[in-house]
Design a binder for this molecule. Structure first.
Ligand code: ADP
Ligand code: MG
Length: 511
């Protein structure tokens, strides 16, 4: 009986060397898919999902997410990109490209009859040594140079032309939330219709909702109420049919409804509410009455926005108008016109350490890509605020590390030495790709490294020569680099250790 007979009909199984080769092949493919986007001269990808929605992006993790890859190995690689994104917010392409290259080099070693367990162990040792060497490279920068970190993160993105302005905004935002360096304290809202250079920093929250009645004040400062119940009698979620044929009864029902609404609005107004955010609907009558009371109100505010408002203004979300009184927050709201829309800007909040970057772009694609660039920059600048350890970019970090790791490799014998050397060689995929993506011959650039005498020899993507990355201000947080190294080597090891892939019929057709 063959091994396959254990499995249900229709399942697919690859074992031993086959499984390994297929897995490596898949990992290399995923690496190749994002490789051309790496660095300042990286190209963008246009992705069209099954619903016909178009995304144009240069962002590794976004590309991989949109591709909706099916193979389990591809999913593992996508996961490292996502971990990288969650942990540090940048360096996703680097991590994936590196993982692909580590596996490509592993394949060569397998051809030389090096056992996968030895490769896996050697890669682990290499990652550990690399981290130590990397730590020894790190240097500190002063706060005024943090803007360079954000700019390096945004180089080559769609919003490249505005990277200085965007990076300054990011740095200013982080400075405001300095006491609680959590990226959740920085909200990002995007609105298209204006150039990215109109992106602004708001010390507070932006709610993409208009005030519900044109006679409400355009600006109001005072007590903020957050309500999560509808101010309407027949809300769409509650449209029970009532059959009444007697006109008098209909009239009295209307009157009853009206008085209920009046009553609710009176209670809101009596509580002292100046500004009201309602998570549900507010009907015409309630809108009119609230406007008459001079209250600024927004309806159908997203739950996530209600939570942001609660954090910023100090108000608690309540489900009973009688509870408003003890749960107010404080802020100033202002109605603001962007393009054809009216939005609400909430500033002077009780909690001043909540900020919003209002990202603009001529079209929604441009605004989306600018938002992703800003998110990368936030990740990088936050990393430096948390831990002021920086290294040179433009491939210089990887060039230095590869050289020093090769020296360390000499301390090991036989196959282990080969594996560590392979790990070191893999690191060079980063500078090589930066050069290739800029249309330069990587050999031309890299062959002069040793003779150059440069401290941080990096790739000049314009001239195709070596530059000193540090002198050019191309710097990145150490944390991004270490995270990319460790996630890439972890996933490579995981994939190398697999010698059996079983795809049940269900899992291959159900998605
Ligand atoms: P990732 O998703 O890995 O962050 P990016 O497309 O953002 O990928 O590219 C990051 C790489 O680009 C890093 O190696 C970084 O050092 C390099 N880089 C950034 N700015 C420059 C520059 N001006 N010249 C050369 N390389 C640069
Ligand atoms: Mg990046």
């Amino acid at each position: 009986m063959s091994k396959k007979d254990f499995l249900p009909e229709g399942s697919q199984r690859d074992t031993g060397k086959d499984a390994q080769r297929i897995n490596i092949y898949i990992a290399k493919l995923v690496g190749e898919a994002v490789r051309t986007t790496l660095g300042p001269k990286g190209m963008d990808k246009m992705l069209v999902n099954s619903g016909g929605e178009v995304t144009v992006t240069n962002d590794g993790v976004t590309i991989l997410r949109e591709l909706e890859l099916d193979h389990p190995v591809a999913k593992m690689i996508v996961q490292i990109a996502e971990t990288q994104e969650d942990e540090v917010g940048d360096g996703t392409t680097t991590a994936v490209v590196l993982a692909g290259e580590l596996l490509k080099k592993a394949e060569n070693l397998l051809d030389k009859n090096v056992h996968p367990a030895i490769i896996s162990k050697g890669y682990r040792v290499s990652a550990d040594i690399s981290k130590k060497i990397a730590e020894s490279y790190a240097f500190k920068i002063s706060e005024k140079d943090y803007v360079k970190i954000g700019m390096t993160a945004m180089t080559g993105k769609g919003s490249e032309d505005h990277k200085e302005l965007l990076s300054k905004i990011v740095c200013e935002a982080i400075k405001i939330i300095k006491k609680d360096l959590n990226r959740k304290n920085i909200n990002i809202e995007k609105k298209h219709g204006e150039s990215t250079d109109k992106t602004s920093l708001i010390k507070g929250v932006v709610i993409d909702k208009e005030r519900i009645h044109s006679s409400m004040p355009k600006e109001k400062k005072g007590k903020v109420a957050l309500l999560d119940i509808p101010l309407e009698i027949r809300s769409p979620d509650n449209d029970a049919k009532i059959n009444i044929s007697d006109p008098e009864k209909i009239q009295s029902l209307f009157e009853m409804e009206e008085s209920l609404i009046r009553n609710l609005v009176n209670k809101i107004s009596d509580s002292g509410t100046n500004i009201l955010f309602c998570q549900k609907g507010i009907d015409d009558l309630a809108q009119y009455l609230l406007a008459k009371k001079g209250i600024y109100a927004c309806r159908r505010v997203k739950k996530s926005d209600m939570e942001k408002l609660s954090k910023a203004t100090g108000a608690k979300i309540v489900s009973d108008v009688l509870d408003l009184k003890n749960n107010f927050g404080f802020a100033k709201v202002k109605s603001h016109v962007v393009g054809d829309d009216e939005i609400t800007i909430v500033t002077e909040c009780e909690n001043p350490e909540v900020v919003t970057i209002l990202v603009r772009g001529e079209t929604s694609h441009v605004a989306d890509e600018a938002k992703r660039a800003v998110e990368d920059a936030i990740g990088d600048v936050l990393a430096v605020y948390k831990n002021n350890k920086v290294v040179g970019g433009a491939g210089s970090f990887e060039i230095k590390l590869a050289n020093d790791l090769r020296k360390e490799a000499k301390k090991f014998l036989g196959k282990e030495q080969l594996v560590i050397q392979a790990f070191a060689d893999s690191l060079e995929i980063i500078p090589r790709t930066l050069a290739e993506n800029a249309g330069k011959d990587p050999l031309d650039v890299l062959s002069s490294v040793n003779a150059s005498g440069k401290d941080w020899p990096g790739v000049d993507v314009f001239e195709g020569v070596l530059i000193d990355a540090l002198k050019e201000g191309i710097i990145e947080p150490l944390k991004i680099k270490i995270q990319a190294l460790s996630s890439a080597s972890q996933v490579a090891n995981m994939i190398l250790r697999i010698d059996d892939v079983i795809l049940s019929q269900k899992s291959s057709t159900s998605e």
